[in-house]
Each structure stands twice: as structure tokens, then as C-alpha cells.
Design a protein around this ligand. Structure first.
Ligand code: VG1
Ligand code: CO
Length: 544
């Protein structure tokens, strides 16, 4: 017989969820009651879940399975009626979002630190998604943090571990636990959204897809969807076996960490589409033969072409992008007469607009794109969308980009990340920029005259909440921008992100190398913020 234990505990002071849940080193999560405190703080911040369903799964990183055992026993002890868990504890972030919606669950818990490295010395993370399938709103994460600071006990069932590997239903105290196929429901959903016949026909011909699952969660999803259902040769789905340490790599789909597929795509006989996803399957990297597509451009192309996919044949209701994402999508929205929203960084800010039906498609510069099919960004979805567009337009990725820029103009764009800088110095850099905001308008720089400068805040038109302090913007005459913000997902020191953008109209020079097109703005981004002075760095660690 299992019984409920009430265990005394003392609070930790660092359980504030960031851009996407609570992320810390694995070793921090392994400290006594660290996970338990946060899970109980989540449950204590929720109301009305007695007897309801909780979806649980993660990206398979080190500590995933163990954390799931703890969470299931705590969910049972706290009164959930049913848990739906991915086989082996594996579920991609978009798959969790879908399962919450499909099962009309109360919510879900996702174990992931996304693109951060894994393994015993790597990162771990946990986040709660609500009944709409989307990340908890700011008001809810604030409650969780407040609770974590005073928590003095948690409830857990004293019971044997659940067999996570065998599909079927078992009981944990008063809660039933269903271990389900991690992929099937999600794959079925994808088939309803895209023209699988057209994609299959295209891929059976000369066109090729190369997909890198980065030893993370999308391996099984890619094997089922691209392999089994669309006929892609298994040799073209690489690193498809999830590993607890992601094979020692960063499961971050950018040109640095997914260099293998980038190099392949740059060859004359390379794949038509090379793509990758991140640790938890919500990000995407899109590269055509000889042509990298920046995430901001990818969002704009999808906004312009989504009607070619069956799910959106009736058109879009509106689009949204996070503030630092380039305004390429705004150009499409303007031309098509669509409403266009600008939200703070993080998918949680898209949830209300998707729920209300104000938008259909949304995305972020950080390789996240998605639609109203779930309430998370979705890596496999983005790849399927591109495949669907390629099949419908029978053009190469490079030709689609050239056509897009010739129609809407090009937003040259780069993000420069200065990683693991001293947290206090980074805060000082931001403070100094903030203090100088009012003096910027009218200032002449080597990159032109600054028109406005502000700190972005967002008024949510649906729930009327206000979110402040979301990044410093220097906006130049002609629309160029430099944006500064500090990352909310890192686990060591601070990461300064600098976003740089310049618009070139359709009749301008559309084929410049990005560093050249942005050279003056990049120099100004360094000097105005005093990046070297505050951080000691002269060059960013990563450019995307
Ligand atoms: C980063 C990205 C942001 C994204 C977030 C979570 O946040 O910039 O756009 O939503 O990661 O993505 P930050 O605060 O570090 O800039 V994921 O794939 O890590 O869930
Ligand atoms: Co992710």
C-alpha cells in the first residue's frame, strides 16, 4: 500500500522562473528537496486540479527519468486523478502542448533546458504549461516564485517507481498513470495540417531532406514523420537517437552547433532542405542549398506562404513576432492587410493572442516558429511547413528567398550573444543605457541618426496585463534598430543579447553578406553600450 507523506523542507531563494521555466545546473536540481520544493510551489499556485489530468514528459536529458518519478509521486499525493506520460519519459515540448489540449488536461510539466547542454554537469529545467497547452503566464510564474520563497513542506507518495518504458496504464495511489507512445498523437496532428501526399511525392523525386535531431528529443519524431510517413531515407535523419548528454554537444540548432548539415547544404549537390531542431523539439534551423534562412526571414516567408498548407488554406487571422525579431514579418502583414503584434521575448506572450484567435502564426528570432495548432513553438512543424511550401511552389529555398526579398525588401539581421559575462557588469551596462534613453533621440552616429530610444513594455490586449523592462531599443531614422536585453534562460552569469537590424527596400541591394550590410550598426552597437568596457569582450561568443 502506498501512503502520502508530508515532508518538511526549507526554501531556496533562486527558484524564479525565467523566459521559459526554471533552469539550473543539474547539480543544483540534485540538491536535497530542490526539485520537490519547486514542484510543490507549482501545485500550491494552482487551483482546481483535484481529479484532473497532468501531462508529464521531457527532452530525455540527464536526470529526466528520475525527476519524472518524483513528479508523478507528488502529483498523486497532491490529488491529480490521471497522469499521461511519454514512453521512457520522452515528450517534445510541442507534443506536450498538443497532449494537454487533446486530453483536456489541467496542464503539463515539461522537463527541459531546451538547447542548453545536458549531462551530469549540464543544465536541467522544469516548466508548467496550462490547460491551453501554453507556458504559464507571468502572473502564474510570479505566484510560483513567491510560494517557493516560503515553502515549508511538500507532499509525496511513498510508492515504488513507475515503469516508464512499457506502454499501458498503472496506478499510483489514487492516480492512474498512462504511459503512451511519445510520437503517435503528435504525428497524427501533423498529418492533418500539411499536404503529406505532395511532400511525399516531392521527396520521392529528386528533392532531398537532411534532418539533424542533435541526439535530442526529435529523433523518434523525425524517424516516424519524415522517415515512415514521408519516405525519407534513414541515412538522411542523423543523430536520431536521444542521449542523456546529447552526445556531448549543444542541442542548439544554429550554424555553430549544427555545422554538419550547414556544410552539407553549402555543397553544390547538397540537400534541398537541411534542418535541425533543439533539445526539446521546439526550435528549428532551416537551410536551403547554398542558402541559410534566418529565423526572422523564415517567419516572414511562412506568413507569406502558409495558405499553401491545408491547415491555412483559408488564410491567416493575424501574425505576431517577439520584439527583437526582425520586422520582415511586419512587411508581409502590411501587404496582406493582416494584424501584426509585437510581444516580449518568450512563447508565453503569444498564448492569449492564439487563444483569442487574433493570430494564426507567430515566431521569434531565436529559431522558434509556430501556429495555432499548439501553444508552443514547434521545430518539426516548421520543417513540414517549409517542405509543404517547397512542394507547392516547386522552387528552391534560395529562389523563394530571392523572390521574397524582391517583393517585400530585406531586413538584414544578426544577433550577437556575449555569454557568461559577469552578471553585475551586465546589469550595469543595461542600467547605463536606461539612464541615457532620453538623451538618445536626435543623436548622430556612424550608422545614422537615432530617432527614438525606449525600454520595451507590452500591454496584452487580451488580458490587459502590462509587462515592463523587456529590452532597450535604439531606433534609427529609416527603421534600423539595435536592441539590448539580458537572457532569461542561462544558468551561469549573464548573457547579453544584442539584436541588429537594417531594412533594404525591394529595389535596393539585396545580396550583401550580412556582416557587411550591418557593419556600421554593429560598430555603433558596441560603442554606444560600452560592451568592451563593461564586459571585457571585444567579440560576441555566438552570432546568429
Ligand atoms: C531564449 C530566446 C527566446 C526563447 C527562449 C526559450 O530566451 O531568446 O526567444 O523563447 O530562449 O526558448 P532568452 O531569455 O535566453 O533570450 V527554448 O527553445 O530555450 O524553450
Ligand atoms: Co527549446
Amino acid at each position: 500500500m502506498s501512503r502520502t507523506l508530508t515532508v518538511e523542507t526549507t526554501p531556496y531563494d533562486d527558484q524564479k522562473p525565467g523566459t521559459s521555466g526554471l533552469r539550473k545546473k543539474v547539480t543544483r536540481f540534485q540538491e536535497a528537496n530542490y526539485l520537490e520544493n519547486f514542484v510543490q510551489s507549482i501545485f500550491d499556485s494552482l487551483e482546481g486540479f483535484q481529479g484532473q489530468t497532468l501531462v508529464v514528459g521531457g527532452d530525455g536529458r540527464y536526470h529526466n527519468a528520475q525527476a519524472i518519478q518524483t513528479i508523478l509521486k507528488m502529483a498523486a499525493a497532491n490529488g491529480f486523478g490521471r497522469a499521461v506520460v511519454g514512453q521512457g519519459g520522452l515528450l517534445s515540448t510541442p507534443a506536450v502542448s498538443h497532449l494537454i489540449r487533446k486530453n483536456e488536461a489541467f496542464g503539463g510539466i515539461i522537463l527541459s533546458a531546451s538547447h542548453n547542454p545536458g549531462g551530469p554537469d549540464g543544465d536541467f529545467g522544469i516548466k508548467f504549461n496550462a490547460a491551453n497547452g501554453g507556458p504559464a503566464k507571468e502572473s502564474l510564474t510570479a505566484k510560483m516564485f513567491a510560494r517557493s520563497k516560503v515553502i515549508d513542506r511538500y507532499q509525496i507518495l511513498d510508492a515504488d517507481d513507475v515503469d516508464l518504458d512499457s506502454i499501458g496504464t498503472s496506478r499510483l495511489g489514487g492516480m492512474s498513470v498512462e504511459i503512451i507512445d511519445s510520437v503517435a498523437d503528435y504525428a497524427d496532428l501533423m498529418e492533418t495540417l500539411f499536404d503529406f501526399d505532395a511532400i511525399r511525392t516531392m521527396l520521392a523525386g529528386a528533392a532531398t531532406l537532411l534532418f539533424d535531431a542533435m541526439h535530442a528529443v526529435t529523433g523518434p519524431y523525425a524517424n516516424e514523420i519524415f522517415g515512415k510517413r514521408l519516405g525519407v531515407d534513414s541515412a538522411h535523419i542523423i543523430n536520431a537517437k536521444p542521449k542523456t548528454d546529447f552526445g556531448g554537444g549543444h542541442p542548439d540548432p544554429n550554424l555553430v552547433h549544427a555545422k554538419t548539415i550547414y556544410d552539407a547544404a553549402m555543397k553544390a549537390d547538397g540537400p534541398d532542405l537541411a534542418a535541425a531542431s533543439d533539445g526539446d523539439g521546439d526550435r528549428n534551423l532551416i537551410i536551403g542549398r547554398g542558402c541559410f534562412v534566418s529565423p526572422s526571414d523564415s517567419l516572414a516567408v511562412i506568413a507569406a506562404n502558409a495558405h499553401l498548407a491545408p491547415a491555412h488554406s483559408g488564410g491567416l487571422s493575424g501574425v505576431a513576432r517577439s520584439m527583437p525579431t526582425s520586422a520582415a514579418t511586419d512587411r508581409v502583414a502590411e501587404a496582406k492587410g493582416l494584424a501584426c503584434y509585437e510581444t516580449p521575448t518568450g512563447w508565453k506572450f503569444f498564448g492569449n493572442l492564439l487563444d483569442s484567435g487574433d493570430i494564426t502564426i507567430c515566431g521569434e528570432e531565436s529559431a522558434g516558429t509556430g501556429s495555432n495548432h499548439v501553444r508552443e513553438k514547434d521545430g518539426i512543424w516548421a520543417v513540414l511547413m517549409w517542405l509543404n511550401i517547397l512542394a507547392a511552389r516547386t522552387m528552391s529555398v534560395a529562389d523563394i528567398m530571392a523572390d521574397h526579398w524582391a517583393t517585400y525588401g530585406r531586413n538584414y539581421y544578426a544577433r550577437h550573444d556575449f555569454e557568461e559575462v559577469d552578471a553585475e557588469s551586465a546589469a550595469n551596462l543595461m542600467r547605463r543605457l536606461r539612464e541615457r534613453l532620453s538623451s538618445y533621440p536626435g543623436t548622430e552616429t556612424d550608422a545614422g541618426r537615432i530617432q527614438t530610444a525606449d525600454e520595451f513594455s507590452y500591454f496584452d490586449p487580451v488580458d490587459e496585463s502590462l509587462t515592463e523592462g523587456q529590452g532597450i531599443r535604439l531606433i534609427f531614422e529609416g527603421g534600423s534598430r539595435i536592441v539590448y536585453r539580458l537572457s532569461g534562460t542561462g544558468t551561469v552569469g549573464a548573457t547579453l543579447r544584442v539584436y541588429i537590424e537594417r531594412y533594404e527596400p525591394p529595389d535596393g541591394e539585396l545580396d550583401k553578406p550580412v556582416p557587411e550590410a550591418l557593419a556600421e550598426l554593429i560598430a555603433v552597437s558596441r560603442s554606444e553600450a560600452g560592451i568592451e568596457r563593461f564586459t571585457g569582450r571585444t567579440e560576441p561568443d555566438v552570432i546568429t
